[in-house]
Ligand binder design. Structure first.
Ligand code: OAD
Length: 247
């Protein structure tokens, strides 16, 4: 059996599926990944200048503008065949989608209840209280960044998780619970270098799940995978759904 049919057979047999996605699933939408390509974000920029609380304290305008640039890129992009295939998978089987991505392409493709471990690029929060700042207020209060409406010492900041910050506890709890309850786990388009997200497939495997990785490149998780589909997600996922009936 080829790898696509093997994947389709396991998905079809599954009762509960956990899907972990990373930047690679949005690569075919034209969104730069962080690590794998020459033009990836961490090849061009230093995370410690842009994606840490210290960077924001040092130069809030620089950080604000970098995230505004990324927001613009995401707003101009469209979900791709892999995002759409995961919506279809959730129609066929009980699926929990956990993403490290801060773009909103899963949601725009139609995935509901995606667990966003690293926050959301399109959200803005107060740097002190972390309360959400709504888009209407932001449109009426320009600034790079504007002062927070929620706290006198606060600034508006992107609603993403930076290096050195904790993941949202509720999202992590739900992701861990899903890992212990699934019988199939997929890791799609992640380099599996950033924890705790990268630990989810292993946690699921320790609870008996079958694990497939979809990624054109090997990762630290590859040796432990039960199946490796070394193809772009936008090809592999629709192909697996198309092979469903034959699997
Ligand atoms: P990375 O950029 O580290 O890894 C992207 C992965 O996607 C690589 O392993 C690529 O081989 C793979 N890839 C590229 N194109 C693909 C395609 N068409 N189909 C399938 N896979 C493809 O991105 P993440 O693993 O998501 O964190 O990075 C994890 C975290 O590190 C991010 O959430 C971000 C970053 O720093 C924060 O910002 C907190």
């Amino acid at each position: 059996m080829d790898t696509i049919h093997a994947l389709a057979a396991q998905l079809r047999r599954a009762r509960r599926i956990l899907v972990l996605t990373g930047a690679g699933i949005s690569a075919e939408s034209g969104i730069a990944t962080f690590r794998d390509a020459q033009d990836s974000l961490w090849a061009r920029f230093r995370p410690e200048d842009l994606a840490t609380p210290e960077a924001f304290r040092r130069d809030p305008a620089l950080v604000w503008r970098w995230y505004a640039w990324r927001r613009g890129q995401v707003a101009a992009a469209q979900p791709n065949a892999a995002h759409r295939a995961l919506v279809e998978l959730a129609r066929r089987r009980d699926t929990v989608l956990v993403t490290q991505n801060v773009d909103d392409l899963h949601q725009r493709a139609g995935s509901v209840d995606a667990i966003c471990l690293h926050g959301a690029l399109m959200r803005t929060i107060c740097s002190v209280t972390r309360l959400e700042i709504d888009a209407d207020w932001l449109a009426a209060n320009p600034g790079e960044p504007p002062r927070s409406p929620h706290h006198a010492d606060g600034l508006a900041r992107p609603g993403v998780v930076w290096f050195g910050e904790n993941l949202p506890a509720d999202a992590l709890d739900r992701a861990n619970a899903a890992a212990t309850q699934c019988d199939v786990v997929l890791a799609i388009g992640t380099s599996a270098l950033v924890y705790p997200a990268a630990g989810l497939p292993g946690l699921a495997q320790r609870h008996g799940a079958w694990f497939a990785e979809i990624n054109p490149q090997p990762t630290p998780l590859t040796p432990a995978a039960d199946l490796v589909v070394a193809q772009p997600a936008g090809l592999a996922l629709p192909a697996a759904l198309a092979a469903w009936e034959e699997a």
